[in-house]
Design a protein around this ligand. Structure first.
Ligand code: DAH
Length: 350
């Protein structure tokens, strides 16, 4: 048994409680994590007073050692816990300060991501479909690759009709197939599929070998037709007038002009008073005050007969319109190609 050691311990017994109290007060008062580590080294580091005493434990007498050991370990744990608790607290405080110094405003709205929307052609197409569906028409789609039979022959086009020229029609391969030049062949598909009475619209893409400011080689049409008993030209007029008013409002005037289509008899072209100059005359209506927007007529009895629909019993009207033309008039677009260039700046205007 070492006298010096016994003396040191006797001395320490009087001091360590105060030392511990001092350490706890100091830890409590600290304001920075860095200072906390320094304080830990001061009180619990290898060269600290407390660790020095712990090293001496082995040399204390067997009677004193358990009490001294328990005491020193309790003090060490108390200081360690105080340091850990303080450490967590300071981390919170420091994080808060960082956020405050960054002027981080959690109430600011987030950056807006660009939101997409429908293309003007799709938008107009959907509007038109909705109008006719409300009137009781059902929607049919047909193939874009057609035969001469469906695109022309069964629609009563004579063999030498100019629309069959290579000029207008995109033929495929050896010429037995073609890209449909209009949506009218869907009339034939529908008459094959359903028995009258029927009221059908057929929206879709059509193809023509033609390209300038008002013509695109690919464009969209909406076809419509109605077959029933006693359908007459008055029904056609009434339906289209209703449609035009839905689209352009009550102020618009509607005019029917005699025309010719192989699959309708009689045929008409429908004009509306110019939506830009209201009939006064402008560049868009070519100073006429009128805009042509539709082709229509009574379905030719030849077409009905070919489809085994008795023209003595059933009659019908049909119409077709170009979607791009309606969209151009609606938005005042003067070059159809703008609709297909995918220029985001242009499209974002709608
Ligand atoms: N198919 C014609 C075209 O593309 C438009 C048309 C005219 C459709 C008269 C019709 C109609 O249904 O009756 O030029």
């Amino acid at each position: 048994m070492d006298d010096d050691v016994a003396k040191t311990w006797a001395d320490a017994r009087n001091k360590i409680d105060r030392l511990r109290d001092g350490a706890l007060v100091k830890i409590e008062a600290l304001g920075k994590s860095d200072d906390l580590e320094k304080t830990r080294i001061e009180f619990l580091g290898k060269k600290s007073y407390i660790m020095g005493l712990i090293k001496l434990l082995g040399r204390l007498s067997a009677e004193e050692r358990p009490e001294a050991g328990a005491k020193l370990n309790a003090i060490r744990t108390e200081i360690e816990v105080a340091i850990e608790t303080k450490k967590k607290w300071l981390q919170h405080v420091e994080q808060d300060q960082i956020l405050q110094n960054e002027n981080f405003d959690i109430s600011l709205p987030s950056r807006l991501l660009g939101k997409g929307h429908f293309h003007p052609v799709a938008e107009v197409m959907d509007d038109l479909i909705e109008i006719f569906v409300e009137l009781g028409f059902m929607v049919e789609e047909g193939p874009e690759v057609e035969t001469d039979e469906f695109n022309f022959k069964m629609l009563n086009f004579p063999d030498d009709h100019p629309a069959r020229d290579m000029q207008d029609t995109f033929y495929i391969g050896n010429g037995t197939r073609l890209m449909r030049t209009h949506t009218s062949p869907v009339q034939i598909h529908a008459m094959k599929k359903y028995q009258p009475p029927m009221s059908v619209i057929a929206p879709g893409r059509v193809y023509r070998c033609d390209s300038d400011v008002t013509h695109s080689p690919v464009f969209h049409q909406l076809e419509g037709f109605y077959i029933d008993k006693n359908v007459n030209f008055g029904h056609l007029k009434g339906t289209l007038e209703l449609f035009v008013r839905h689209l352009y409002g009550d102020g618009v005037e509607v005019r029917f002009r005699p025309s010719f289509f192989p699959f309708t008899e009689p045929s008409a072209e429908i004009d509306i008073s110019c939506v830009l100059c209201h009939g006064g005359g402008c560049r868009v209506c070519k100073e006429t005050g009128w805009l042509e927007i539709l082709g229509a007529g009574m379905i030719d009895p030849n077409v009905l007969s070919v489809m085994d629909i008795n023209p003595e019993k059933w009659t019908g009207f049909a119409f077709g319109l170009g979607i791009e033309r309606i969209a151009m008039l609606k938005y005042g677009i003067d070059d159809i190609r703008l609709l297909y260039e995918n220029n985001i700046g242009f499209l974002q205007q709608f």
